[in-house]
Ligand binder design. Structure first.
Ligand code: HMG
Length: 390
């Protein structure tokens, strides 16, 4: 039985900061941000948007009456969850009025959580072939103003429907995964900004990629030549480029050129949005599918997932005959062009106006209300969400 992604959608805040302007304010050479890191713009979420609203906005676009009716599970991969106990999947379940007879769970392992959810969904459909699973990967990446990680922040969500006989991309049963406890990146529970040993984290990303990719090739007797495209977890686009650069010298010129061109297509949304942690690999997949018009049914796409801490997985998917009908590139382009640029001082103010880590009541500024779902406040230590018509 074929199992995989039947539909995929994304959401990102309606505000962004221009990274050339940010570099100038920070006293950095803009080329460091746009070439050295490989990022042009960065999504800025107002405090009325969190992973629940971003996840619900993305999921609302991907659900159909048929997938709602067959839903067996809602899985949310995130590392910026809004409650230490209650699953974000339940908040989203409520906002979208999803059926009662489902499992609703949140999964965490840094940026790997989305892949963990996808693989769990795949296994579930294998034993429940008539069911579909809503997989959401949503995150807000925060390091802090004027930190080394600031240029690699971002926010957004990707939602996918996983089912039997998918119209978009199968998930092949070829995963190679590896786990080892390391301290490259983490976020203590008392703060909303992540800590990273930046250079060490980039070295570990590449070391994990190298080991799982080598083992994948040995286990499955496949090489770079067999892939129409390879997509990577993109904390920033240069990171994925460094991983691809390990592959290119091992293949023929035509394959190398093909992988390079398609890698570039896979980075376009990341360049404008930034790191969305758990959803980043899948935003890259969507960017590839939306921007490359030469891909064909039957093409094999490689996916490399990396979550600090760390877990890595390499697997592949095969494009299905109807894949083009499942894409909505024009809507995504429109969503990005209608975003409002925030001047750097306003970005800093929006960044600093956040739901506090204490028991005080808090209400976000309605001037920044955007999207179908919003957080209207945390009152008496309970989060309140509403449907909002923007
Ligand atoms: P940094 O120290 O500011 O930057 O930190 P740098 O000095 O290393 O420079 C970055 C690049 O810009 C270098 O290129 C420079 O040469 C180049 P590279 O040597 O890497 O190829 N550069 C220039 N290029 C052109 N013109 C110039 C110029 N100046 C310098 N004028 C760092 C960068 C990414 C480490 C930092 O932003 C950071 O700590 N980010 C957060 C951690 C991170 O993203 N790590 C990635 C791997 S871990 C991961 O992917 C998991 C993660 O998503 C979390 C999770 O799993 O949940 C993060």
């Amino acid at each position: 039985m074929k199992i995989g992604i039947d539909a995929i959608e994304m959401d990102t805040p309606d505000f962004y900061v221009d990274l050339v302007k940010l570099a100038k304010v920070r006293g950095d050479d803009p080329n460091k941000y746009t070439i050295g890191i490989g990022q042009d713009e960065q999504a800025v979420p107002p405090s009325s948007q969190d992973i629940v609203t971003l996840g619900a906005n993305a999921a609302a676009k991907v659900l159909t009456p048929a997938s709602r009716a067959s839903l067996g599970m809602i899985l949310v991969g995130t590392e910026s969850g809004v409650d230490a106990s209650k699953s974000a999947a339940l908040f989203i379940h409520d906002l979208l009025a999803l059926p009662e007879w489902v499992r609703a769970v949140e999964l965490k392992e840094a940026c790997y959580g989305g892949t963990a959810a996808l693989m769990m969904a795949r296994d579930y459909v294998a034993s429940h072939p008539d069911k579909s699973v809503l997989v959401i990967a949503a995150d807000i990446a925060r390091y802090g103003l004027a930190t080394a990680g600031e240029v690699t922040q971002g926010a957004g969500a990707v939602a996918m429907i996983v089912k039997a006989d998918p119209r978009l991309l199968t998930i092949e049963p070829d995963s190679v995964y590896r786990s080892a406890s390391i301290n490259d990146f983490w976020r203590p529970v008392y703060q909303d900004t992540a800590l990273a040993q930046g250079k060490y984290s980039t070295e570990q990303y590449l070391a994990f990629f190298k080991t799982v990719w080598e083992r994948y090739q040995a286990d499955h007797h496949l090489s770079a030549h067999d892939f129409a495209a390879m997509t990577f977890h993109l904390p920033y686009t240069k990171m994925g480029k460094k991983a691809l650069d390990l592959v290119l010298p091992t293949t023929d010129d035509a394959s190398a050129q093909r992988l390079k061109n398609r890698f570039e297509a896979s980075t376009r949304y990341c360049r404008q949005i930034g790191n969305i942690y758990t959803g980043s690999l899948y935003l890259g997949l969507l960017s590839l599918l939306d921007h490359d018009t030469t891909l064909q049914a039957g093409d094999r796409i490689g996916l490399f997932s990396y979550g600090s801490g760390a877990v890595a997985e390499f697997f592949s998917g095969i494009l299905q005959p109807q894949f083009k009908e499942q894409l909505h590139a024009a809507e995504h382009a429109q969503q990005l062009t209608k975003r409002k640029e925030l001047p750097v001082p306003e970005y800093e103010a929006v960044f600093s106006d956040k739901v506090p880590y204490d028991a005080d009541d808090y209400r976000p500024d309605p001037a920044y209300y955007r999207g179908q779902f919003i957080l209207t406040g945390v009152i008496g230590q309970e989060r309140h969400y509403e449907k909002h018509q923007s």
